[in-house]
Design a protein around this ligand. Structure first.
Ligand code: 13P
Length: 248
Protein backbone atom coordinates (compact mmCIF):
# COMPACT_ATOMS: atom_id res chain seq x y z
CA UNK A 1 0.00 0.00 0.00
CA UNK A 2 1.53 3.29 -1.14
CA UNK A 3 0.44 6.52 0.52
CA UNK A 4 -0.31 9.28 -1.98
CA UNK A 5 2.13 12.20 -2.00
CA UNK A 6 1.10 15.61 -3.27
CA UNK A 7 3.98 18.07 -3.43
CA UNK A 8 3.93 21.72 -4.38
CA UNK A 9 7.03 23.00 -6.12
CA UNK A 10 6.93 26.72 -5.61
CA UNK A 11 10.02 27.26 -7.75
CA UNK A 12 11.30 30.85 -7.36
CA UNK A 13 8.11 32.26 -5.87
CA UNK A 14 6.84 33.63 -2.55
CA UNK A 15 8.16 35.60 0.38
CA UNK A 16 8.46 34.39 3.97
CA UNK A 17 5.30 36.29 4.91
CA UNK A 18 3.38 34.74 2.02
CA UNK A 19 4.63 31.27 2.88
CA UNK A 20 3.57 31.61 6.52
CA UNK A 21 0.14 32.90 5.50
CA UNK A 22 -0.19 29.97 3.09
CA UNK A 23 0.56 27.45 5.83
CA UNK A 24 -1.90 28.98 8.26
CA UNK A 25 -4.57 28.96 5.56
CA UNK A 26 -4.20 25.30 4.58
CA UNK A 27 -3.50 23.73 7.96
CA UNK A 28 -6.59 22.06 9.34
CA UNK A 29 -8.11 21.93 5.84
CA UNK A 30 -6.26 18.82 4.67
CA UNK A 31 -8.85 16.04 4.76
CA UNK A 32 -7.19 12.73 3.88
CA UNK A 33 -5.07 11.42 6.70
CA UNK A 34 -3.13 9.11 4.40
CA UNK A 35 -2.09 11.83 1.92
CA UNK A 36 1.41 13.14 2.41
CA UNK A 37 1.52 16.89 1.79
CA UNK A 38 4.84 18.52 0.92
CA UNK A 39 5.75 22.12 0.13
CA UNK A 40 9.04 22.61 -1.72
CA UNK A 41 10.10 26.21 -1.31
CA UNK A 42 13.13 28.47 -1.89
CA UNK A 43 15.87 27.95 0.72
CA UNK A 44 15.38 31.28 2.52
CA UNK A 45 11.76 30.43 3.32
CA UNK A 46 12.30 26.98 4.75
CA UNK A 47 13.34 27.74 8.32
CA UNK A 48 10.35 30.00 8.93
CA UNK A 49 8.07 27.49 7.21
CA UNK A 50 9.41 24.76 9.46
CA UNK A 51 8.49 26.77 12.54
CA UNK A 52 5.10 27.72 11.08
CA UNK A 53 4.24 24.12 10.20
CA UNK A 54 5.14 22.55 13.55
CA UNK A 55 2.29 20.41 14.83
CA UNK A 56 0.71 20.13 11.37
CA UNK A 57 1.05 17.27 8.91
CA UNK A 58 2.68 19.51 6.30
CA UNK A 59 6.15 18.38 5.29
CA UNK A 60 8.81 20.52 3.70
CA UNK A 61 11.15 20.07 0.80
CA UNK A 62 14.03 21.97 -0.76
CA UNK A 63 14.31 22.30 -4.51
CA UNK A 64 17.99 21.42 -4.83
CA UNK A 65 21.14 20.77 -2.80
CA UNK A 66 24.86 20.27 -3.40
CA UNK A 67 26.44 16.83 -3.61
CA UNK A 68 29.16 17.59 -1.06
CA UNK A 69 28.53 18.12 2.63
CA UNK A 70 30.80 21.13 2.97
CA UNK A 71 33.64 22.90 1.22
CA UNK A 72 34.60 25.76 -1.03
CA UNK A 73 31.40 25.84 -3.09
CA UNK A 74 30.33 29.47 -3.02
CA UNK A 75 26.59 29.90 -3.22
CA UNK A 76 25.68 26.27 -2.60
CA UNK A 77 23.54 24.69 0.12
CA UNK A 78 24.36 21.26 1.51
CA UNK A 79 22.38 18.37 2.87
CA UNK A 80 23.64 19.29 6.35
CA UNK A 81 21.99 22.69 6.08
CA UNK A 82 18.71 21.04 5.14
CA UNK A 83 19.03 18.50 7.90
CA UNK A 84 19.78 21.14 10.50
CA UNK A 85 16.40 22.77 9.96
CA UNK A 86 14.45 19.53 9.75
CA UNK A 87 13.67 19.34 6.04
CA UNK A 88 12.05 16.07 4.94
CA UNK A 89 12.42 16.08 1.15
CA UNK A 90 14.62 17.50 -1.58
CA UNK A 91 13.79 17.74 -5.27
CA UNK A 92 16.72 16.44 -7.29
CA UNK A 93 17.26 16.76 -11.02
CA UNK A 94 14.28 18.95 -11.87
CA UNK A 95 14.29 19.57 -15.61
CA UNK A 96 14.75 23.30 -15.02
CA UNK A 97 17.98 22.56 -13.16
CA UNK A 98 19.11 20.16 -15.87
CA UNK A 99 18.24 22.70 -18.57
CA UNK A 100 19.48 25.98 -17.03
CA UNK A 101 22.02 25.00 -14.39
CA UNK A 102 24.01 22.18 -15.94
CA UNK A 103 22.61 19.38 -13.79
CA UNK A 104 23.70 16.04 -15.22
CA UNK A 105 22.74 12.43 -14.55
CA UNK A 106 26.05 12.15 -12.69
CA UNK A 107 25.43 15.13 -10.39
CA UNK A 108 21.87 13.93 -9.87
CA UNK A 109 23.20 10.55 -8.75
CA UNK A 110 25.71 12.13 -6.35
CA UNK A 111 23.05 14.36 -4.82
CA UNK A 112 20.62 11.46 -4.50
CA UNK A 113 23.20 9.35 -2.67
CA UNK A 114 24.07 12.23 -0.35
CA UNK A 115 20.43 12.96 0.50
CA UNK A 116 19.69 9.31 1.22
CA UNK A 117 22.82 9.02 3.33
CA UNK A 118 21.46 11.74 5.60
CA UNK A 119 17.88 10.55 5.74
CA UNK A 120 16.43 13.24 3.50
CA UNK A 121 14.10 11.80 0.93
CA UNK A 122 14.85 12.70 -2.67
CA UNK A 123 12.12 13.51 -5.17
CA UNK A 124 13.95 12.46 -8.32
CA UNK A 125 12.66 14.16 -11.48
CA UNK A 126 12.85 12.49 -14.87
CA UNK A 127 11.12 13.17 -18.16
CA UNK A 128 11.46 13.62 -21.89
CA UNK A 129 11.45 16.66 -24.18
CA UNK A 130 8.80 17.14 -26.84
CA UNK A 131 11.27 16.08 -29.55
CA UNK A 132 12.08 12.90 -27.66
CA UNK A 133 8.37 12.11 -27.24
CA UNK A 134 7.70 12.71 -30.92
CA UNK A 135 10.67 10.54 -31.85
CA UNK A 136 9.22 7.71 -29.73
CA UNK A 137 12.14 7.69 -27.31
CA UNK A 138 10.31 8.60 -24.09
CA UNK A 139 10.91 5.25 -22.44
CA UNK A 140 14.59 5.09 -23.45
CA UNK A 141 15.13 8.55 -21.98
CA UNK A 142 13.48 7.87 -18.62
CA UNK A 143 15.11 4.44 -18.38
CA UNK A 144 18.55 5.98 -18.70
CA UNK A 145 17.74 8.76 -16.24
CA UNK A 146 16.35 6.34 -13.65
CA UNK A 147 19.17 3.83 -14.01
CA UNK A 148 21.86 6.48 -13.71
CA UNK A 149 20.18 8.16 -10.74
CA UNK A 150 19.94 4.91 -8.76
CA UNK A 151 23.59 3.83 -9.24
CA UNK A 152 24.93 2.83 -5.81
CA UNK A 153 21.60 3.24 -4.00
CA UNK A 154 21.26 0.24 -1.69
CA UNK A 155 18.11 -1.86 -1.89
CA UNK A 156 17.01 -0.94 1.62
CA UNK A 157 16.97 2.77 0.71
CA UNK A 158 15.63 2.56 -2.83
CA UNK A 159 11.98 2.68 -1.80
CA UNK A 160 12.61 5.94 0.09
CA UNK A 161 13.20 7.68 -3.23
CA UNK A 162 10.12 9.31 -4.72
CA UNK A 163 10.31 9.46 -8.50
CA UNK A 164 8.51 12.28 -10.31
CA UNK A 165 7.79 11.68 -13.96
CA UNK A 166 7.63 15.16 -15.46
CA UNK A 167 7.48 15.33 -19.25
CA UNK A 168 9.22 18.61 -20.05
CA UNK A 169 6.65 19.60 -22.68
CA UNK A 170 3.92 19.44 -20.02
CA UNK A 171 5.62 21.71 -17.48
CA UNK A 172 4.05 25.13 -17.20
CA UNK A 173 2.35 24.76 -20.57
CA UNK A 174 -1.20 23.96 -19.50
CA UNK A 175 -0.78 20.84 -21.62
CA UNK A 176 -0.81 17.90 -19.24
CA UNK A 177 -0.06 14.37 -20.40
CA UNK A 178 -3.27 12.31 -20.50
CA UNK A 179 -3.60 10.31 -17.34
CA UNK A 180 -3.30 7.06 -19.27
CA UNK A 181 -0.14 8.18 -21.09
CA UNK A 182 1.35 9.28 -17.77
CA UNK A 183 0.37 5.99 -16.16
CA UNK A 184 1.98 4.02 -18.98
CA UNK A 185 5.36 5.71 -18.46
CA UNK A 186 5.05 5.47 -14.67
CA UNK A 187 4.24 1.76 -14.88
CA UNK A 188 7.34 1.42 -17.02
CA UNK A 189 9.45 3.31 -14.45
CA UNK A 190 8.17 0.89 -11.81
CA UNK A 191 9.31 -2.02 -13.98
CA UNK A 192 12.77 -0.45 -14.24
CA UNK A 193 12.95 -0.24 -10.45
CA UNK A 194 11.89 -3.88 -10.30
CA UNK A 195 14.69 -4.84 -12.71
CA UNK A 196 17.22 -2.85 -10.66
CA UNK A 197 16.02 -4.20 -7.28
CA UNK A 198 13.02 -6.44 -6.74
CA UNK A 199 9.25 -6.50 -7.03
CA UNK A 200 9.10 -5.77 -3.31
CA UNK A 201 10.96 -2.48 -3.79
CA UNK A 202 9.08 -1.56 -6.96
CA UNK A 203 5.74 -2.09 -5.23
CA UNK A 204 6.82 0.28 -2.47
CA UNK A 205 8.43 3.08 -4.45
CA UNK A 206 6.15 6.04 -5.00
CA UNK A 207 6.01 7.64 -8.42
CA UNK A 208 4.41 11.01 -9.04
CA UNK A 209 3.28 12.69 -12.21
CA UNK A 210 4.12 16.36 -12.77
CA UNK A 211 3.29 18.76 -15.57
CA UNK A 212 0.24 21.05 -15.64
CA UNK A 213 -1.56 19.22 -12.84
CA UNK A 214 -4.50 21.33 -11.66
CA UNK A 215 -7.71 20.96 -9.64
CA UNK A 216 -9.61 19.84 -12.77
CA UNK A 217 -7.34 16.97 -13.78
CA UNK A 218 -5.90 15.81 -10.44
CA UNK A 219 -8.62 13.29 -9.65
CA UNK A 220 -8.29 11.50 -12.96
CA UNK A 221 -4.51 11.43 -12.63
CA UNK A 222 -4.68 10.10 -9.07
CA UNK A 223 -7.15 7.40 -10.12
CA UNK A 224 -4.53 5.74 -12.31
CA UNK A 225 -3.22 2.52 -10.80
CA UNK A 226 0.48 3.33 -10.87
CA UNK A 227 0.40 7.07 -10.18
CA UNK A 228 0.98 7.73 -6.49
CA UNK A 229 1.01 11.49 -6.41
CA UNK A 230 1.63 14.76 -8.13
CA UNK A 231 4.44 17.31 -8.23
CA UNK A 232 2.74 20.60 -8.94
CA UNK A 233 4.11 23.98 -9.92
CA UNK A 234 1.66 26.72 -10.91
CA UNK A 235 -1.43 25.23 -9.28
CA UNK A 236 0.36 24.88 -5.92
CA UNK A 237 0.80 28.63 -5.46
CA UNK A 238 -2.73 29.49 -4.33
CA UNK A 239 -3.88 27.97 -1.04
CA UNK A 240 -7.40 27.22 -2.36
CA UNK A 241 -6.06 25.52 -5.47
CA UNK A 242 -3.44 23.56 -3.52
CA UNK A 243 -6.13 22.39 -1.10
CA UNK A 244 -8.21 21.09 -4.00
CA UNK A 245 -5.17 19.11 -5.09
CA UNK A 246 -4.41 17.56 -1.71
CA UNK A 247 -8.09 16.86 -1.12
CA UNK A 248 -8.50 15.24 -4.54
P1 13P B 1 3.51 23.04 -13.52
O1 13P B 1 2.59 22.33 -12.57
O2 13P B 1 3.45 24.53 -13.38
O3 13P B 1 3.32 22.56 -14.93
O4 13P B 1 5.00 22.66 -13.09
C1 13P B 1 5.33 21.32 -12.93
C2 13P B 1 6.65 21.22 -12.29
O5 13P B 1 7.67 21.54 -12.87
C3 13P B 1 6.69 20.74 -10.90
O6 13P B 1 7.98 20.43 -10.52
Amino acid sequence: MRNPIIAGNWKMHKTIAEAKAFISEIQGEIKGTDVEVVLCAPFTLLRDMKLASEGTNIKLGAQNMHFEEKGAYTGEVSVLHLKEIGIDYVIIGHSERRQYFGETDESVNRKLLKAIGHGIRPILCVGETLEEREAGSTKDKVKLQVEKAFVGVPGESAADVVVAYEPIWAIGTGRSATSSDANEVIEYIRSIVEDLYSSEVSEKVRIQYGGSVNPDNVEQIMNEADIDGALVGGASLEPSSFLELVNF
